[in-house]
Design a protein around this ligand. Structure first.
Ligand code: SF4
Length: 422
């Protein structure tokens, strides 16, 4: 395979700090070849101190596809995780002996024209806290992983659609993506204003007929739109409460983000499904107490989450701007990386991450009896949300997509953003 060109995020640092978090919250699906390798390593479940008899489970997915998965303890921990929080396979046989899924995390690779864009998952605490070596200085190691995972034909994949009707060439699509990144990079504006600006001009992109606007004319259009909106929108507009219909749709989406289920902890029994249904009823009604989802999210009155929890902590501005820019630069919000959504639809879904994160941060604070959110609340909430964003089957369903598009058509995503920031 010829060396692939990778594009790295400009703002992010990362090194693994061995917290073991990813080994507790993700199901690791493996290939037949990886199963054979693990079998040949001679592991014995009694030595590992696990109650699981089989270390690799052969299952059927909902669609009937055969899958192989590393067994997990009841709390979601991988059976190969040791008491110090380290991987036994890595410890005994080295990094390259681990399943590919473990080696890739927290990176995510997406075709970007003739390059591959690299994004990161903010479910990893070292990513949210920006700890370690700048990612742009780890090009050689990251490219080695990318070469294991990116298919040869990736450079031939077409660009994601721009809106419901339009597919453009890669260079034209990337002009739009770069313009979103530039909007988010504005230093003088807070994260709410930056998202509102991007949503406003992308709404116009969503309505544009590109038949006669191609090539350089796409750049001209972007220049006109982004400049006009930047001048018009200098600060957050007056608070106008989201409608009750919008709040209902929003609670269902944010509730989906709040469930940090691990594959092992997800209860697929009738009782478990009944509990899920009850939680959905509560989120729809928005009255009485919230469901309890663990991860610091207990039963609190819904009404308590509707009040202001103070201004966004200063450090959270940097975290949220970095989050959105890493996702946009890494194309981690549209196309193959994100339920095959268009750039416009995918960005609307990405923008809902802000109100979802801050609502969950409020929920976390209220569960601990506080009426102000801290940076830690925001950081933890973002880890919970990004665990699901782009990876939860439920968020890619027709119902969830319809919820986001309804909120966007009613102009309610912007209202939700203002509401959680005031
Ligand atoms: S969650 Fe992140 S820091 Fe923790 S072990 Fe996994 S990769 Fe390392």
């Amino acid at each position: 395979m010829s060396r692939i060109a990778i594009e790295l995020p400009t703002l992010q640092n990362w090194s693994c700090h061995n917290c073991g978090g990813c080994c507790k919250q993700h199901a690791i699906f493996i290939t037949d070849e990886e199963r054979e390798r693990i079998d040949s390593q001679g592991w014995d479940s009694s030595q590992l101190g696990t109650s699981e008899k089989d270390l690799v489970l052969e299952e059927r997915s909902l669609t009937g596809k055969r899958t192989l998965r590393l067994a997990q303890e009841a709390d979601g921990s991988c059976v190969f995780l040791d008491e110090k929080g380290l991987c036994r396979i890595h410890g005994k046989f080295g990094e390259a002996a681990k399943p590919l899924a473990c080696r890739i995390y927290p990176y995510a690779f997406h075709p970007k024209g003739d390059e591959v864009a690299v994004s990161l998952r903010f479910s990893c605490p070292s990513v949210t806290e920006n700890l370690g070596t700048p990612v742009r200085k780890q090009k050689r190691e990251i490219r080695e992983i990318a070469e294991l995972v990116v298919p040869n034909k990736a450079a031939k994949f077409p660009a994601p659609a721009v809106n419901k009707r339009t597919k453009l060439q890669w260079n034209e699509t990337l002009s739009i993506v770069n313009a979103i990144d530039q909007t988010l990079a504005a230093e003088e504006a807070n994260i709410g204003v930056k998202l509102l600006r991007a949503l406003s001009w992308l709404e116009l992109i969503g309505q544009t007929n590109f038949e006669k606007i191609r090539g350089e004319r796409v750049d001209e259009l972007l220049e006109i739109l982004t400049t006009a909106i930047e001048e018009e929108l200098q600060e957050l507009p007056q608070l106008e409460a989201p409608s009750s219909l919008a709040m209902k749709q929003f609670r269902l989406l944010a509730g989906q983000y709040a469930r940090k289920d691990t594959y092992a902890s997800a209860d697929r029994s009738f009782k478990g499904r009944w509990k899920q249904l009850q939680a959905a009823f509560r989120l729809t009604s928005g009255s009485g107490l919230t469901p309890a989802f663990g991860n610091g999210l207990g039963h609190v009155p819904f009404a308590a989450l509707e009040k202001s929890f103070g201004l966004l902590p200063e450090e959270s501005e940097e975290l949220l701007t970095r989050y959105f820019r890493v996702k946009v630069q890494g194309l981690h919000f549209c196309g193959r990386a994100f339920y095959n959504m268009s750039v416009v639809e995918g960005f609307q879904s990405l923008a809902v991450v802000l109100p979802s994160t801050l609502w969950i941060a409020r929920w976390r604070a209220a569960t601990s009896g506080r009426n102000k959110i801290t940076h830690e609340d925001v950081r933890e909430a973002l880890q919970i949300v990004d665990h699901q964003h782009g990876y939860s089957e439920a968020l890619g369903t027709w119902g969830a997509r319809k919820r986001v598009s309804t909120l966007a058509q009613m102009g309610q995503i912007s209202k939700l953003i203002v509401w959680v920031l005031k």
